[in-house]
Every structure is written in structure tokens, then in C-alpha cells.
Design a protein around this ligand. Sequence first.
Ligand code: SF4
Length: 184
Amino acid sequence: MRFAGITDNDIVDGIDGISVSFWTQGCPFHCPGCHNPETWDFNGGKELPDYYLDSLIEKLTANGIQRNLSILGGEPLCPENEGLIYSICRVVKQELPNTKIILWTGYTMEQLKNRSKTNDPFIGSLLRNYLDVIIDGPYKKDLRDLRLKLRGSSNQRIWKHVKYKLPVLHKNDYHWINIKEENI
Ligand code: SF4
């Protein structure tokens, strides 16, 4: 498996303090104006070392400080990367259940939910069990807005995984609500 990089102490790409940021390699979207075109090539980046999960857990708790995990790209949830992201999120939540996981994807929430209803083995579990915040949708340079928090363009939305029961819930719907940035 390949990845683009890891930022040990990231105070920009995340919420609530410090994050470890994991950058995936490979993206099928090729959004015009993308800030990270070097992450598009699925053969680019570098090979993940065998010990990457242990190393990630160490980074999340280094010096006794609890960090969150930010997952960016590249595209974390394309078919080439979703298995890796599933493995990472599962282990992180098992070892460090209080870690918040924030993920940026070029897919919309609607597309992810549709994929979760098919034979996709990973997306449904990620939505149900592991991800806490999703920033969705492709970057659109015509909608670029530097005032936005966590997002590059105004079509992108912030979704929060809510832990309480919603009054009416379709069985294929998950507990995700679209929130305004001041409510993160
Ligand atoms: S989805 Fe993200 S990484 Fe991929 S091209 Fe668009 S902005 Fe770049």
C-alpha cells in the first residue's frame, strides 16, 4: 500500500487541538485547482512500512498528549484506499477509543450512503462505527472561499456523527447531521 505522508502535530487540518494527519495517495477526481495534485498518482507517494499501525498509535499519544486523527488525500475513500482507511480507523478506535477521526473526501455524503448499500465492504462500517466528522464533496475552484473553516470551496459540507438516536431514522440512514462550521 502507498501513502502520501504523515504530519505528526498538525494544528491546521483538524478540530479540537492537535491532530496527526495521514495523507492518502491516489485520487480519481482530479479537481481543477486542487492544492495537492502530487497525491493523484496511485503509484506515487511512498510505500507504507510494515509497522505503520504501531507507529500511528505512538504518534497519536506521543508525550502523553492525546491527538485526533485527520485523514486527507488524495482520496481516502476510493476503492483503492478504502480498505487501508478502514484498517487504520478500526485499530485506532480499538486502541484509543477517545480519538476523534476527521476525514476529507471528494465523494458526497449521498454517494457514500449509496455505496454503503451495495456490496462495498468498508464504507458502511466506516460511517457507522469509526468516523466522527466528514468534510465531503470535490473541491470546486469557482466556489473557492478562503473564509471557510476546514473547507476549500462552499459546496463542501461538514458532517458530524451523532451518538444519540434521531426520532425518525431510515434503516439505511446513519446518524450523520450536516452542521455549520461554528458548531464543530
Ligand atoms: S478530491 Fe481532493 S485530492 Fe482529489 S483532486 Fe479533488 S481536491 Fe484534490
